[in-house]
Write a protein that binds this ligand. Sequence first.
Ligand code: MRU
Length: 348
Amino acid sequence: MINTICWKDDIVRMIDQTVLPEREVYIECTDYKQVADSIRTMVIRGAPAIGVAAAMGIALGAMASKADNKQVFLQDLDEVYRVIGETRPTAVNLFWAIDQMKGIVRKHNSLPISQLKDKLKQRALEIREQDISINKNIGQHGQQFIKDGDCILTHCNAGALATAGYGTALGVIRAAHDAGKRLSVLADETRPFMQGARLTAWELMHDHIPVTLITDNMAGYFMQQGKVNLVVVGADRIAGNGDVANKIGTYSVAVLADKHNIPFYVAAPISTLDLSLSSGEEIPIEQRAADEVTHVWGKSIAPVGVKVAHPAFDVTPARYVTGIITERGVAGPAYVDSLKALACGDND
Ligand code: MRU
């Protein structure tokens, strides 16, 4: 199994996703600032994986505090929350994880600092473990939509590498594959960071799941040819009305799927829901550096000085989404009610 992120001997170890698939390198973070840098530079990426990294980063930050009174300890923690919270703005799992850790501090407020540190570490490890079982449940709920012989198109990487393991969208595909269904995957390369080419193709090949890599602008061609049976993608934040923020290019895929009557599913944990937002218009969209667009593998592909736009995510309106697959079941239109019901329900 691909080990995206783990905690060993008070070190956070993560596979460096900026150099895959060329090299399989592991980064070891001994302090929270390294974890924050790893999130910012996308050594670790994908909404659930960012959440796990954030929780582990906070645990590292807490453990490193030299405070001998609670007030100073809490101030140290505030600084850790701030630094981790400023890494990436769109994936709500980051803020969910920070809230989880704040909740632990509130709940165990009366404990001595050393025990509070233990509780924070425990919660971070639990978040990692739970993420894997959540993804397996997402897979079970989602695999019903995949029939024997289907070809599934996916965008970006919502796999083991984007989570603590197994994946959300790729978890659905894995579960169908594990159930013995013959299937194949079309993976959009996902310019400009190439998560599809570098990560999705790598992890599906790793698990012997048939995958064909295409460039982003080929999706319409394969849909028109009748080669795509359904689309499954992940999400970075889902608003209360079912609008979905995901990797830039997802919206184009959703519109194309709609035009070709192809079901478009989103697979995501409950922690990706942001019911405080009434629509996707309120979701903050991360703008990333121009050189990720002008350069490929360090080589310039555009004229020096060209103006560049680089929104890292887009929002797919709920009307294009056939269903949202979570660990607690599948929400369908109308999302305001179906998402609320799932968010209030108990975990499977
Ligand atoms: O910029 P990234 O690589 O962090 O974006 C990742 C995505 O958009 C994923 O599809 C999303 O986080 C879901 S991951 C299970």
